[in-house]
Design a binder for this molecule. Structure first.
Ligand code: SF4
Length: 434
C-alpha cells in the first residue's frame, strides 16, 4: 500500500483538519507513516498567522522534497490559501489546496500521481458558505479530543490575515456535532474541546437562532462525557446563555481563553477590536465572581504599528492588575494584505523583541501567582502524557499537574496540589475518579 505522511503547522483547528484528512487516507487503505519517514505522498497543512508560520511551512515542504524527490507533495491550509503562487514555486509541490476542498485530498493526490503538472484547487474562499463536514474516521491519538464546529471569521482585526485565509463564518450543524461528540465519548474520551476560527460567531450563518450555547448543549447531552472545554472566544461574545451554562453544568471546564490583544484603549481601537480595557476588566471580574476558581487565559500582541512606549506601559499595567492564568505573547507580525501592514509607523524588530521579553516576564509571574492560589487544594486532573516516570495532565481550570504516582493516561484523578513545578504544579494523587 502507498505510504502517506501528514504534518500540521499552527492552531488546533489545523490539527483537527489534518486528523480528518488522515482518516480519509486510512479509509482508502493507505498506510500512514511518521513525517520523518520516506513516503509516497506528503500532505502539509500550513499556517500563515505570522511570518514565522510562512517560513516554517516552506521549510517543511522542502524537507519533504529532500526525503523523497519522487513523492507527490500536497499543500493546504491558510498559507496556501493566501499565497498559492509562493507554494507552487517550491520544487516538488504537485497539489495546492486552500482552506476548503480537503475532502477531495485523496482523489487529488491520486490524480497528481497519474498526470504531469501542478493541480491548483485554491478557490475564492470569500464565496465559501458551507462548513466542510468531514466526519472523523478513527480517533485521534490524544487524551483530549478537539471537535471543530466552526470555520471562518468576519471580524477583520486590522493585523489579522485569517479572515482572508478562511473566509466568512461557516458553522457545523447541531446534529453533526452531536454525532461526532457521541463517537468521541464512545471511543473513551473524557474531555471534548470545541474549536473554531471564530467560535463565538458559531451559528450566525445557520437558519434559526442557533448559538454557541446550543452547540455546547448538544455535546453535553452525550452520556459519559466528563468535561467540555471551549477554545478561544472573544470576550464580548460570552452571552448570558453561555455564561449560565458554564456556571450551572459542572462538566463545563472553569477555563476561558479570552484574547485581550492589547492593554491600551487606543491600540485596541487601531486593531479594530470592539471593546475597551474597562469593558474587558468588568467582564472578567463578573466571570471570576460567578465561577469560583475560573482560569482566564489570554493572548497579547506587542509592537503593533504606532504603539508608543507609553501605550506599551499602559498594557503592562493593565495586565499586571488582571488575574490571568496564562498569557501567550506575540510580537506583532506584518501580514501583507492587512490594513496594519500598510502603516508607515511600524515598530522596529529589536523594540518588538524587547517588549515581548518584558511582557513574557510578566506572563510567567502571573501564571505562578495563579497557580499559587491553588496550592494545598485538591483538584481533578485528566492525565495525558507520561515521560520517564512523570505523568502530567490538566485540571479543569487548565493547571498542568505533574506527578510520579501511578496513574493511567486518559483517566481522571483527585490530586492534591503541593508545590510549583516547571510550568505548572507538582501533585499527589489521592484517589481515582470513577
Ligand atoms: S477575531 Fe480578529 S484575530 Fe481572531 S481570527 Fe478574526 S480577525 Fe483574526
Amino acid at each position: 500500500m502507498p505510504k502517506v505522511a501528514l504534518t500540521t503547522l499552527g492552531c488546533k483547528v489545523n490539527q483537527f483538519e489534518t486528523e480528518t484528512m488522515e482518516g480519509l487516507f486510512k479509509q482508502k487503505g493507505y498506510e500512514i507513516v511518521p513525517f520523518e519517514e520516506t513516503a509516497d505522498f506528503y500532505v502539509i497543512n500550513t499556517c500563515s498567522v505570522t511570518s514565522l508560520g510562512d517560513r516554517k511551512s516552506r521549510q517543511i515542504i522542502r524537507r519533504a522534497q529532500r526525503q523523497n524527490e519522487q513523492a507527490i507533495i500536497a499543500v493546504c491550509g491558510c498559507y496556501s490559501q493566501v499565497h498559492p503562487e509562493e507554494i507552487k514555486a517550491i520544487e516538488g509541490v504537485r497539489v495546492v489546496l486552500g482552506t476548503k476542498e480537503r475532502s477531495q485530498i485523496v482523489e487529488l493526490v491520486e490524480q497528481a500521481a497519474r498526470e504531469d503538472g501542478i493541480i491548483d484547487e485554491v478557490g475564492n474562499i470569500m464565496e465559501a458558505r458551507d462548513f466542510e463536514d468531514i466526519p472523523l474516521y478513527d480517533m485521534p491519538q490524544r487524551t483530549r479530543a478537539f471537535l471543530k464546529i466552526e470555520d471562518g471569521c468576519q471580524n477583520f482585526c486590522s493585523y489579522c490575515i485569517i479572515p482572508y485565509a478562511r473566509g466568512p463564518v461557516k458553522s457545523r450543524h447541531l446534529d453533526k456535532i452531536h454525532a461526532e461528540a457521541k463517537k468521541l465519548v464512545a471511543a473513551g474520551f473524557k474531555e471534548i474541546v470545541l474549536t473554531g476560527i471564530h467560535l463565538g460567531a458559531y451559528g450566525r450563518d445557520l437558519a434559526g437562532e442557533v448559538t454557541l450555547a446550543d452547540a455546547c448543549r448538544e455535546v453535553l447531552k452525550v452520556e459519559g462525557l466528563k468535561r467540555l472545554r471551549l477554545g478561544s472566544l472573544e470576550s464580548i461574545e460570552l452571552s448570558p446563555d453561555l455564561f449560565e451554562l458554564i456556571r450551572s453544568d459542572e462538566r463545563f471546564c472553569a477555563h476561558l481563553h479570552l484574547p485581550l490583544q492589547a492593554g491600551s484603549d487606543s491600540v485596541l481601537k487601531d486593531m479594530n477590536r470592539h471593546y475597551d480595557t474597562a469593558e474587558f476588566a468588568r467582564l472578567i471580574e463578573h466571570v471570576e465572581r460567578e465561577v469560583p476558581g475560573v482560569a482566564v487565559s489570554t493572548d497579547i500582541i506587542v509592537g503593533f504599528p504606532g504603539e508608543t512606549e507609553e501605550q506599551f506601559q499602559q498594557g503592562l499595567a493593565f495586565v499586571a492588575a488582571m488575574n490571568f492564568s496564562r498569557m501567550h505573547v506575540f510580537p506583532y507580525s506584518r501580514r501583507s494584505g492587512t490594513p496594519a501592514a500598510e502603516r508607515k509607523d511600524q515598530i522596529p524588530d529589536p523594540v518588538k523583541k524587547e517588549r515581548a521579553h518584558r511582557m513574557q516576564e510578566l506572563a510567567v509571574r502571573k501564571t505562578q501567582e495563579f497557580h499559587q492560589q491553588f496550592l494545598g487544594k485538591t483538584l481533578r486532573v485528566l492525565f495525558e502524557t507520561d515521560t520517564d516516570g512523570i505523568t502530567d495532565g490538566l485540571t479543569d481550570n487548565y493547571i498542568r499537574v505533574y506527578t510520579d504516582d501511578a496513574v493511567v493516561c486518559g483517566d481522571l484523578y483527585e490530586v492534591e496540589l503541593e508545590r510549583l513545578y516547571r510550568d505548572g504544579v507538582w501533585g499527589k494523587v489521592t484517589e481515582k475518579v470513577k
